[in-house]
Design a protein around this ligand. Structure first.
Ligand SMILES: *Cc1c(COP(=O)(O)O)cnc(C)c1O
Length: 354
């Protein structure tokens, strides 16, 4: 283990910042000047380095490529009107990264490397954090196996990195989704609660089939009966039924989203009844039929809250009511935005200043 953490920094010779059109950012395509890199070998994390963003060399026998020992995180840094930069709940991402690492037989990352690496990287590229409403610096920490060895076993060497991208205001167009009753994203006992790369790869084919039918994403159902709601695309699913916030309880097949936690906390702060439990597709469709399904939405870091306008179920499309200005999802979106931009009190100490 490291006694003292020094992060050597090799600044870029020429910043790309002046070339960037911040009014036309395509999610995940524009990368800031620098990245953090730290290797793990001989049972130890080595010295972290901040270097100019760019391609890197890995062995063709890299075991992340062949066997998928690869995990990631996603969080955002926000800039307030006074120019202060702050991260939203970064320690939650740190703990979840290590939970994913454990599931994939990867080494635990020390908190100091994650937090110091994150803070120093974002400080150095603070000019890349956009200021406008709804915009942020998207931060992608990730870890992957680096052994050059085709034998199937956990790798002995790894790399942890952080790259960042400025992202603009996300205009959440209400989604068309449908219940998926054939394919599964993850199963009880699987690795769905961990943020590992393979979960995404396996979800792409069924998602494409749904998109060919005109849906934006799928509402995944449980692997054994296809009865109960799991998640909505790559977001946690939430429903407002008769004034209550209903969301699937966490399990080994559901990812413990930080946006999910935050939205549930706001609902509880506002005195709303919150139910974390099994919720079936039938219950949702029944509530839709009797008019008690007021809202349905997905929650996650990229979009914060994405409203659902249409739900497909067993070959039929069902429309949800238009989202009113005082709808829960609108109020929660606004409340989170205000906390993140330093415009409202941060009652739960979610923000960490850079
Ligand atoms: C990352 C992710 C989420 C959302 O988590 P946040 O921490 O809120 O961004 C939800 N579901 C899946 C499958 C995810 O990978």
């Amino acid at each position: 283990m490291l006694d003292t953490l020094t992060i050597s920094t090799q600044p870029t010779a020429k910043s790309r910042l002046p070339e960037i059109d911040f009014d036309n950012l395509d999610f995940g395509r524009t990368f800031s000047d620098h990245m953090l890199v730290v290797d793990y070998h001989d049972g130890e994390w080595q010295q972290p380095q901040i270097v100019p963003y760019g391609p890197m060399t890995v062995s063709p026998a890299n075991s992340a490529i062949h066997y998928g020992q690869s995990i990631f995180e996603g969080l955002k840094a926000y800039k307030s009107q006074s120019g202060e930069v702050a991260l939203f709940r970064p320690l939650d991402n740190f703990h979840r990264l290590n939970a994913s690492a454990e599931r994939m037989c990867m080494p635990q990352l020390p908190e100091e490397i994650f937090m110091q690496g994150l803070l120093q990287l974002v400080r150095l590229d603070a000019g890349w954090v956009p200021e406008g409403p709804g915009s942020a610096l998207y931060i992608r920490p990730f870890m992957f196996a680096t052994d050059a060895m085709l034998g199937v076993r956990p790798s002995e060497s790894y790399r942890f990195m952080i790259v960042t991208c400025p992202v603009g205001l996300y205009y959440p167009k209400p989604l068309r989704v449908r219940f998926e009753e054939k394919y599964v994203r993850s199963a009880e006992g699987g690795a769905g609660y961990s943020k590992n790369a393979g979960n995404y790869g396996a979800a792409m084919y069924p998602t494409r089939l749904g998109q060919e039918e005109g849906y934006n994403q799928l509402i995944w159902t449980d692997a054994s009966e296809h009865k109960y709601v799991e998640e909505s695309g790559t977001m946690n699913a939430m429903f407002i039924i008769d004034g209550r916030l209903v969301t699937p309880a966490l399990s080994s097949s559901i990812l413990d989203g930080i946006t999910r936690r935050s939205v549930l906390q706001l609902a509880r702060d506002w005195g709303m009844q919150v139910e974390e439990r099994q919720v079936s597709a039938r219950e949702i469709m029944q509530a839709q039929a009797d008019g008690t399904l007021q809202e349905a939405f997905g929650v996650g870091t990229a979009a914060t809250i994405a409203s659902i306008a249409v739900i497909g179920y067993q070959g039929q499309d069902y429309e949800l009511p238009a989202v009113a200005d005082d709808a829960f999802s609108r109020r929660a979106t606004a409340a989170l935005a205000a906390i993140r931009k330093g415009q409202a009190p941060d009652a739960h100490n979610w923000m960490v200043r850079v």
